[in-house]
Design a protein. Structure first.
Length: 241
């Protein structure tokens, strides 16, 4: 049976919490990650699974899960099948962040296509991991910068959209390209609105148009597309200024 913990102690009844599901088959890694998460928010509570069947059960029986940290290499079923099943069990607004010892571009793209909202290599520092979690919880997207650089230089596989996205992007308005650039930096709608001095509702309309133009169905895949189009360089942060 899963144990609910807050930091290293017990969550008191009625206390407002941020519930995080850690799904990883290595107990030592879960212990270390739980310790890191105590720095994320004073009200963090953790539920843990060590294989895919446990993770799927927790997704059904645990209410109010805020975010899932998922190791792809858990036992129980093939990781693609497990990620897809978990995505279907959880509410659409609950992000799944993949934690993996591998940063293979093909695995990242597959995870994105199956609904992951972010991908954090296990070699990341606690500072990078916390920043990535905060970004995703604010509505942004996190993918490894080195991987995005590789994608821009060498091109991603056709599963990410290929040349069709390049052609589609040529029909984006200058403002939509600015929004896509900021999406490529992982920014949330609120952050994009602040940078471009737009209403958040206007940004949402631009994002919807961008997803449609690039033929992708989520922000994470739009970030991959932005990388392929060379729009993830941090120098692009000056857009709209």
């Amino acid at each position: 049976m899963a144990e609910l913990t807050k930091g290293w102690g017990t969550v008191e009844a009625g206390e407002k919490i941020m519930k995080i599901l850690i799904a990883d088959d290595h107990e030592l890694f879960r212990d270390g990650l739980r310790h890191v998460l105590t720095q994320l928010d004073a009200g963090v509570a953790v539920v843990e699974a060590s294989d895919y069947p446990q993770a799927l059960t927790l997704a059904e029986v645990e209410p109010d899960i805020s975010i899932v940290l998922l190791d792809l290499g858990m036992p129980g079923m093939p990781w693609g099948e497990g990620l897809q099943a978990l995505r279907q069990k959880l509410p659409v607004e609950v992000p799944i962040i993949v934690l993996s010892a591998s940063d293979d571009r093909r695995h990242v793209l597959q995870a994105v296509n199956l609904g992951a909202a972010g991908f954090i290599p296990k070699t990341s520092s606690s500072r990078v991991m916390l920043s990535a979690l905060k970004l995703v919880l604010s509505g942004g997207v996190y993918l490894p910068p080195a991987l995005l650089d590789q994608g821009a230089e060498h091109g991603f596989s056709d599963s990410a959209g290929g040349n069709g996205q390049d052609n589609a992007a040529s029909f984006l308005t200058p403002r939509q390209r600015e929004v896509l650039t900021l999406l490529g930096q992982g920014k949330s709608n609120k952050e994009i609105a602040r940078v471009l001095q737009l209403a958040e509702g206007t940004v949402k309309l631009h994002v919807t148009a961008i997803l449609k133009a690039l033929n992708v169905n989520n922000r994470t895949r739009a970030v991959v597309a932005a990388s392929q189009l060379g729009l993830t360089n941090t120098d692009a942060a000056t857009v709209g200024r």
